[in-house]
Write a protein that binds this ligand. Structure first.
Ligand SMILES: Cc1cc2nc3c(=O)[nH]c(=O)nc-3n(C[C@H](O)[C@H](O)[C@H](O)COP(=O)(O)O)c2cc1C
Length: 328
């Protein structure tokens, strides 16, 4: 694996210092994003198929650095309407031997006002598409959750290329309940009805812990209500075998790969021709260039990483770009 000095730091210290290190990498910001397997979708140009997943740049602080490092698109957030601290520690851990991360952060967010200011300051065009991952405040009751998402969609309209509705985090009490059948319909209907005709695409991020029938219903209800695509998957509340992580919280990284691939294949099978014109993004346990290629071969339009950036480092995008360029 080579020398990875950031793995000598404790998980929480590494988490704290990373934004500072990345800010110094803003120096790379003038690099053009590497072009490989570029994609046009709904008028959005993706220079390549590999982006950063929700949670990596929660407050849109390092967008230029990620672009300079070679990300083909950037999902910022999860952003909440009001600032909130998230859960109290311990909230992060890692298992280097198994390439696994554990977290129960619970949407620490500086709130939408700060994120909006940062997005307004960016020079346009930005060279890579920006997605905003949006979530509710912990204090908002579940039956009022839609109002948080509507507020976030209004505040950030015109500042990003697409939105990701996050109701699949295991770390906000009750949130995943909203993915389940009739709750999903009640939650999504007012959100989709609130959108103007020329709204940015809206994607739904799914949990890998849904049962087969729940996945089928979540896909068909969200498709019926006009969702433009899906991100599969968030972290898992299972997968504890052989890992010394607490029961609560979510696991990501290599142990999630099998489940994430299974979900991608199941979802594509269930969607069939309904998938046409929609965007399908695979995330979960993508740890190498071969893994990126495998997800694309399985039918994903785009691929995202979080854990690989921790275990392989921020040059991961360049590594994948080199491998992709060797293939052509
Ligand atoms: C520390 C940490 C924080 C995360 N925060 C978020 C988040 O705020 N919003 C979100 O949608 N997903 C979040 N995720 C989930 C990732 O976006 C991704 O779905 C998951 O980690 C699986 O990908 P990976 O195996 O490449 O890490 C987080 C993951 C980790 C490890």
């Amino acid at each position: 694996m080579g020398v990875k000095p950031w793995l000598w730091l404790s998980p929480s210290l590494a988490h704290k210092v990373t934004p500072t290190i990345l800010r110094s990498l803003n120096l790379l910001a003038h690099n053009d994003p590497p072009e490989w397997k570029s994609l046009e979708w709904r008028g959005i140009h993706f220079p390549n198929r590999l982006g950063i997943a929700g949670g990596v740049d929660k407050n849109a602080e390092n967008l230029k650095a990620w672009r300079g490092l070679g990300a083909g698109f950037i999902e910022l957030g999860t952003v909440t309407p009001q600032p909130q601290k998230g859960n109290t520690p311990p909230v992060l851990d890692r298992d280097v031997a198994n390439g696994a991360l554990w977290n129960r952060l619970g949407f620490p967010s500086e709130g939408v006002r700060k994120v909006k200011t940062r997005l307004k300051e960016l020079k346009r065009p930005f060279a890579v598409p920006l997605f905003a991952n949006i979530g509710k405040n912990a204090s908002t009751p579940l039956d009022q959750a839609h109002s948080d998402y509507i507020q976030l969609l209004v505040e950030l309209r015109g500042l990003v290329d697409a939105f990701v509705i996050n109701i699949s985090s295991p770390n906000t009490k009750g949130l995943r309940e909203l993915l389940k059948t009739e709750k999903l319909r009640d939650f999504l209907t007012p959100i989709m009805e609130s959108l103007p005709a020329d709204h940015e695409p809206i994607l739904l991020k799914l949990s890998p812990d849904l049962e087969d029938d729940e996945l089928e219903r979540a896909l068909s209800i969200s498709h019926e209500l006009g969702i433009d695509g899906w991100i599969l998957t968030n972290t898992s509340q299972g997968l504890r075998e052989g890992l010394n992580f607490p029961k609560e919280g979510g696991v990501s990284g290599r142990p999630l790969a099998g489940l994430s691939k299974e979900f991608l294949q199941k979802a594509l099978g269930l969607l069939g021709s309904k998938r046409e014109g929609k965007l399908v993004i695979s995330v979960g346990g993508v740890m190498s260039s071969d893994d990126v290629e495998e997800r694309l071969q399985l039918g994903a339009d785009l691929v995202q990483v979080y854990s690989a950036l921790i275990f392989e480092g921020p040059m991961f995008f360049k590594k994948v770009a080199r491998a992709q360029c060797r293939q052509v």
